[in-house]
Ligand binder design. Sequence first.
Ligand SMILES: [Zn+2]
Length: 227
Amino acid sequence: MHEEILSWNEMCGREGRNLQAGMHFRSGGSYSVLLMSTRKNAPYPDAMAEGGTVLIYVGHDAPRKNGNDTALVDQPRYLPKGGLTQNGKFHEAAQAHKQGNRAAERVRVYEKLRDGLWADNGWFLLVDSWQEDDGVRLVFKFKLVAVDDPLSVADESYVAERRRMIPPAVKLAVWKRDSGRCVQCGSTENLHFDHIIPWSRGGASDTAENVQLLCGRHNIQKGSRIE
Ligand SMILES: [Zn+2]
């Protein structure tokens, strides 16, 4: 799994929709989409856990209305007219999975690294959710496990088959060091964060020394050499 680097337009084009809102339950037909960020000034404090194999995603506030600060009230589960909010939809899916009533929802996660710079963080499975007091009000939290191929992972085995994300600080350091270009040919198109030594062979994800920028062509060439 190589985390692909995208612009906002490329991301929206790929998903066939405007992704402004951040949470999109079943927007992909058979899967959902979440936008995340762990940046200090990010709107919600999403976090990585369990060695970078788990994402703890924070639910979203009600839309601002008449200047009301909705960051001070409980994150809503229901819309004013009674339907589920995005929080409610993801929460119901996670609870149904926990109770054994459905497979874990497949989720595609995109991460904002900085303005105009996004990474496709790949596939995740939504395995749990809860409400938590953040000191001011109740917020929703969602636990997602990173996996390589969500269709090949049986529900019981996702713990063994989890994938490790590259921390955002490492991605930004690599982007800067490699000047936003493929280290092989200098291309600025279709770039990926590549593990120099693959994680499956013991290579680290949490240090910039083992991560480099490769264009799509050189990424594929390297992949076929390693296989
Ligand atoms: Zn290249």
